[in-house]
Design a binder for this molecule. Sequence first.
Ligand code: HEM
Length: 480
Amino acid sequence: RTLEVSGQYSGPPALPILGNGLWFLNKQPDEFLPIIQQLTDKFGDLFRFWQGPEFTLYVARPSMIETILTNKHLTDKSGEYGYLSNWLGDGLLLSKRNKWHARRKAITPAFHFKILEQFVDVFDRNATELVDILGKYADSGKSFDMFPYVLLYALDVICESAMGTSVNALRNADSEYVRAVKEAANVSIRRMFDFIRRTPLFYLTPSYQRLRRSLKVLHGYTDNVIRSRRMQLKNKTDEARTVSDEFGTKRKDAFLDMLLQTSINGKPLTDLEIREEVDTFMFEGHDTTTSAVVFTLFNLAKHPEVQQKVYDEIVSVIGKDLKKPIELSDLHDLSYLEMAIKETLRLYPSVPLIGRRCVEEITIEGKTIPAGANIIVGVFFMGRDPNYFERPLEFIPDRFAGEKSVEKFNPYKYIPFSAGPRNCIGQKFALNEMKSVISKLLRHYEFILPAGSTAEPLLASELILKPHHGVPLQIRHRGH
Ligand code: HEM
């Protein structure tokens, strides 16, 4: 049936059995988007190709994407996501149909905006650490790559928010836990782009051994925190819930505490289910935010007039006292900064491609999508398409201003957080976190592109879009 309907789509010629799989053989992460760009130039915003025997549809047409992202037969993830399952199990990102639906419903209240308020202090405290650590670069004027520093900040934030514990990554970048997160993410994602590692031969490689060791550390850590918090919860006394424990617990309620009190059909979540969700937050919640923060700082450095406008807004909302902690209401008021972040996510969406698998044949706009087909949604390419955005390669935050915001005009052409029932559950959390850390950094430092480096960073697309060689920037103390 798949072969029968494949004729409805244009696409490159494919070899028997291998299909177009050779294109993706042992490719580097910076080669992937250019391949899709070439195919888009030739076949437009809808085409098919074969990854070995797997039929794959590429779609970057907003009207079709609306149907795809809202259709209940299309909530399953495509095969590539499976390489994360050793780590994330059936957590929200990977789980399927009824299991996903029940868990999403149960977990959604934990992301209510009222609850998110308690993380504002976590963002602010860790951003103060980051500012402190970067001080040496402002003193020396040397250019440096922002990415690894923001990554450690984001790890500290998500760890404290998800588990209520402090790994202190910014001060202890080489800790076992931090190394394990990086290793597990690296190996799992690299598998998607490597022919050998996609086969069971992977289990014979040193990469698998490294993944196993990392997962032992990560799962062990989460299991221990869950056990300890469950015990405290049993004791029920407030004191037991707030005192620092062996993991350096700082706050009353992390996502994990809420999960411990969550049930599905009257049954509390098991330790394994909680671990899967917490690990999913750890994975989804650090690289994504890091990339978005770093690309925003790059755009602000490249466009000093926009940076000045963002800075003026920050001063008018928070004032000039560098010690004043930021509050939730301040974050809401930083609307121009939010526009700059949203415009950055249009050009540099942290998740550049979204994958789905079709479980039952459906027809969209007269085209048949067969059961078993993989679908790739071209988030990155829609954001840069001149049919949808005027002067698409220019950084113009005002596109997102008020009533004429491009978001309102056709929401499905701008989907950095995906859309529909399986969109990003952490979107509000992430926006608040990004506004908090960027405003803190800008209160202290001016961001400058090193001389001669105005070009766009080389982009690497793994599951997450990243600058392949980092983003070198200079910072200067703001004179007060
Ligand atoms: C700039 C930051 C972020 C961006 C751009 C982003 C983007 C996305 C996108 C595009 C998806 C859909 C993926 C897919 O369908 O395959 C997603 C899902 C998800 N995100 Fe985020 N994300 C961000 C931050 C976060 C944070 C901070 C958290 C956790 C606190 C988080 C938790 C999740 C979860 C759990 C899912 C799976 C939801 C489900 O399938 O029900 N994300 N995110």
